[in-house]
Design a protein around this ligand. Structure first.
Ligand SMILES: Cc1ncc(C[n+]2csc(CCOP(=O)(O)OP(=O)(O)O)c2C)c(N)n1
Length: 513
């Protein structure tokens, strides 16, 4: 249970069971992000416990992110005692169900104290059923004094809800035929391949069919669905409507697996697909299927879909285009470029490392430099709400104590969930944080250009000393300016059994390679 307690949650925490662990976050956005990262990385349900209405309010951006990440999180919040609800006593969540409603799969306040165990079980099953996502239960604080119904509690704590609806075999058969007839098909790999544990199947399928593979746009993909160092990998789709169609020109069949179609941003209108192309999406999320602006969809479990495809398609020796060139460090300059910083990280990053990324102007540079090629090794806030990165990294490192986690974060982004550093220190979470300091909101300056906005205020961050702040939370820190020193500092930090923060000065601007 990740939580931040208040008076309304204390009864819930009484006699805290020994087989549970409580991880304190100092602000609810951080609590939510930690539970999200933990849930995604562990493959189990994360639990975030929030402080009645203001706590849910603070966590809202994180709940938004968990929804976009398809992250199975049970969110509980305390509530005033039932006799106080009608008179709206202080701290009453006056419309607890409606407050997080659009951002969760299910929002509920039990009608009776005796219904709390069932509501919690229902929330857990709801969060982890396809499509996965957050579920919310508000619990009046006097309910913990009430009597549970022993028979019902026995049932709800022992029953399992297993399985994920399979795609229609006829639809998969038809897709197999379309693939056979296509002259230049392509696969677009999305985050739910990783979440479904279907990474190896995606590779087998692409290899058997000799398909070129793209990743979905970087800004909307919370996980990787295909190894980016694989010879079939062709790169990351751009995020706008017209540029996606342009990139996919020449392909007549576009198969999107485990993603929405597509997480576009900014708005760059045009044709959705290249002329003559057909798109087919396999997704576990009926809502993702329904809202797609083009193509056809097959709704069902991504792993089972790929399993059937691998079993049915023949080996192909089609020509699938050119491999990506090796990443280069780029020209030396001072301050170093974001590309050079990511190149230094590439050479310090261990085989079994996990990246958590929230460094907007260096997103593409990191992806292109590191070409991450192991499953469960990359997490990004798909919703775009800052505050995911640092918090999720702490939750992921707790879920994966044996694997080194490196959170790469812009100095602006770091501030949203900065108190996560305290949790890392308090619970001995040996996370490495790499802060890219460019003294500005670089990505917003780029957006200002795209949106033709001139003279916007508030895009510079002079004299923001993230390392000094981190020291206040008890984190050991190192500041570097050169690529070699960065590489050295990262190796030391990653090997350290304590949380460490490395801050590197980078030149302002956007880093695409
Ligand atoms: C909760 C939230 N507030 C504001 C934004 C808008 N926003 C997007 S990127 C960004 C700046 C990030 O700055 P920094 O981390 O320094 O990265 P840089 O762009 O310089 O690489 C902001 C404020 C957001 N995405 N989420």
């Amino acid at each position: 249970m990740f939580g931040n307690p208040g008076s309304t949650e204390l009864p819930m925490l009484a006699d805290f069971p020994e087989d549970f662990r409580y991880v304190l976050g100092l602000q609810e956005l951080v609590v939510m992000g930690m539970a999200d990262g933990y849930a995604q990385s562990s493959g189990t349900v994360g639990h975030a416990n929030l402080h009645t209405a203001p706590g849910v309010g603070n966590a809202m951006g994180g709940i938004f992110n968990a929804q976009a990440n398809h992250s199975p999180v049970l969110i509980t919040a305390g509530q005033q005692v039932r006799p106080h609800l009608g008179i709206q006593a202080n701290l009453t969540n006056r419309d607890a169900i409606r407050m997080p409603h659009p951002l969760v799969k299910w929002s509920y306040e039990p009608a009776r104290a005796a219904d709390v165990p069932h509501a919690l079980a229902r929330g857990i099953h709801t969060a982890r059923s396809a499509p996965k996502g957050p579920a919310f239960v508000s619990i009046p604080m006097d309910d913990w004094e009430g009597e549970a119904d022993p028979a019902s509690t026995e049932n709800v704590t022992t029953r399992h809800v297993a399985g994920s609806p399979a795609p229609d075999p006829d639809a998969i058969e038809a897709l197999t035929d379309s693939l056979e007839k296509a002259s230049n098909p392509v696969m677009i790999a999305g985050p739910d391949i990783d979440a479904a544990g279907a990474w190896d199947l995606a590779v087998q399928f692409a290899e058997k069919q000799n398909l070129p593979v793209f990743a979905i746009p970087a800004t909307g993909g919370g996980r990787l669905g295909f190894p980016e160092g694989h010879p079939n990998f062709r790169g990351i789709l751009p995020p706008g409507i017209a540029p996606v169609a342009d990139t996919l020109k020449g392909h007549d069949l576009i198969l999107v697996v485990g993603a929405s179609v597509f997480p576009y941003y900014p708005y760059l209108p045009g044709d959705f697909l290249p002329e003559g192309a057909t798109l087919i999406q396999i997704t576990s999320d009926p809502e993702e299927a329904a809202r797609a602006p083009m193509g056809h969809a097959i709704v069902g479990d991504v792993k089972q879909g790929l399993l059937h495809l691998v079993g049915r398609v023949p080996e192909s020796d089609r020509d699938n285009g050119d491999q990506l060139p090796d990443p280069i460090a780029g020209e030396e300059q001072s301050p170093i470029t974001g590309t050079a910083a990511m190149h230094a990280l590439r050479h310090a990053f261990p085989e079994d490392g996990i990246i958590v990324l929230e460094a907007p102007s260096a997103t593409l540079a990191l992806r292109n430099q590191l070409r991450i090629s192991r499953p469960g090794s990359y997490f990004f806030g798909a919703g775009g709400g800052l505050g995911f990165g640092l918090a999720a990294a702490v939750g992921i490192q707790i879920a994966q104590p044996e694997r080194p986690v490196v959170c790469v974060i812009g100095e602006g982004s770091a501030q949203y969930a900065i108190t996560a550093l305290w949790t890392a220190v308090a619970y001995d979470v040996p996370l490495t944080v790499l802060v890219l300091r460019n003294s500005e909101y670089a990505i917003l300056k780029w957006f200002a250009m795209v949106e033709q906005v001139e003279k916007a205020p508030g895009l510079d961050l002079p004299a923001l000393d993230t390392a000094a702040i981190a020291q206040g939370y008890g984190v050991s820190t190192t500041k570097v300016e050169e690529a070699d020193a960065l590489n050295e500092a990262l190796r030391t930090a990653i090997a350290s059994p304590k949380p460490e923060l490395v801050e590197v000065g980078v030149a302002p601007g956007m880093w695409l390679f």
